[in-house]
Design a protein around this ligand. Structure first.
Ligand SMILES: [Zn+2]
Length: 62
């Protein structure tokens, strides 16, 4: 039950529970502020692949 205290930065956004969005709002803002990837499984967005379980690039022009 100890993992209610803080969120390890290695945990993907996909695994966050609703309470963590409030508790770690500053971190959440950093993760989603400049989205580059979205999760094909959960639909979340993030600036880095490591936050998502099925990271997929948002941008298609390349
Ligand atoms: Zn996911």
């Amino acid at each position: 039950m100890g993992d209610r205290d803080r969120v390890p930065e290695t945990r993907t956004l996909c695994k966050w529970k609703s309470g963590q969005y409030e508790k770690d709002r500053a971190l959440l803002v950093r993760i989603v502020a400049e989205p580059v990837f979205f999760c094909a499984d959960c639909g979340r967005v993030a600036g880095k692949k490591k936050w998502l379980c099925e990271p997929t690039r948002l941008l298609k022009d390349e």
